[in-house]
Design a protein around this ligand. Structure first.
Ligand code: FES
Length: 99
């Protein structure tokens, strides 16, 4: 299991390997991640991976293309595209203000 914390909401939940974060946040709306397209097109669900990046799936080409549009900041991912591929002690994601 991985303890996942969202900032700035401070919401925490335990997740396991294979979890898609879009499903986790649908089940736990208090995580407060803003989605729109859910398919690596709009960039509204950007999160900065503060801790635990080693447990996440790699970004594919579509995700990288969208992140490039927003300046491809270090550690920033699209939450709608992330799957946990291995447990880490702690995963911390900071929601990037979409404005
Ligand atoms: S919701 Fe549009 S890129 Fe994730």
């Amino acid at each position: 299991m991985t303890k996942l914390r969202f900032e700035p909401s401070g919401y925490e939940v335990e997740i396991s390997t294979g979890s898609r974060l879009v499903d986790v946040t649908d089940e736990h709306p208090r995580a407060d991640v803003p989605y729109s397209c859910r398919s690596a097109s709009c960039g509204s669900c950007r999160v900065k991976v503060v801790e635990g990046a080693e447990g996440l799936s790699e970004a594919d080409e579509d995700e990288i293309d969208v992140l490039d549009i927003f300046g491809n900041e270090d550690g920033v991912r699209l939450c709608c595209q992330i799957t946990m591929v291995k447990d880490v002690p702690r995963l911390v994601l900071e929601v990037v203000d979409p404005d």
